[in-house]
Design a protein around this ligand. Structure first.
Ligand SMILES: [Zn+2]
Length: 212
């Protein structure tokens, strides 16, 4: 099915699914016309339901002019409204790519975001951090390991943001105290447990690979 056409002005606040509004898919140059593929929306909603936190769309539909400006491929799926560059708070891009396998056919791994699209044939790639070059024909990103029901998804390789959060918690624990429910979730320890800074750093080393 081809993507449907929307108007940012008229339809911007319209919900396409439980959590996604038309305006989130807009071209960042302010263009009024927006193309959105419904299959893309439904797949993103399924992802949102799984992670239980907002899936932020950095870039979805792009006009040809804007796509050229941001250095997108000339045949980019963003042009036809079937692609989205996304980031999920507290979940690193690799985990997003792992989750997306078998759900999206087009998946790209980047440093700070993941590209997903609803193309008909499978294509996985990642961007080489050093050279900026795309490494195409990636066979897969490894297994997605969902956490137990009701437990937060703790990334195996945390994003910088997630690592910072852990560090903030560790700093707080220099003055040992009782953790908030949210913090205990991150540490995976018993609700209301009293923990020391040393214990916090131990968790940090294990989960974030940090040395202090
Ligand atoms: Zn993209």
């Amino acid at each position: 099915m081809p993507a449907k056409e929307y108007s940012l002005k008229k339809d911007g606040n319209t919900y396409l699914s439980k959590n996604f509004q038309v305006k989130e898919f807009r071209c960042r140059d302010g263009n009024d016309k927006i193309l959105i593929d419904d299959a893309l929306v439904q797949k993103l909603q399924a992802m949102r339901d799984c992670f239980g936190v907002p899936v932020n769309i950095n870039s979805a539909y792009r006009t040809a002019a804007y796509n050229k400006k941001v250095g997108g491929a000339s045949n980019s799926r963003h042009l036809c409204g079937t692609a989205a560059d996304i980031a999920v708070k507290g979940v690193n891009p690799l985990t997003i790519c792992r989750f997306s396998q078998g759900r999206f056919n087009g998946i790209g791994l980047y440093d700070t975001f993941s590209h997903v699209d609803a193309r008909p044939d499978k294509s996985y790639w990642k961007q080489n951090k050093e050279t900026g070059q795309k490494q195409v024909s990636v066979s897969g990103f490894g297994d997605f390991k969902p956490s137990a029901p009701g437990k937060p998804i703790v990334p195996a390789e945390p994003s910088p943001e997630f690592a910072r959060k852990l560090l903030r918690i560790a700093a707080k624990l220099d003055d040992p105290g009782i953790l908030t429910p949210e913090e205990t979730e991150f540490f995976g320890i018993k609700d209301g447990a009293e923990i020391t800074a040393d214990m916090a750093r131990d968790v940090l080393r294990k989960t974030a690979g940090l040395s202090n």
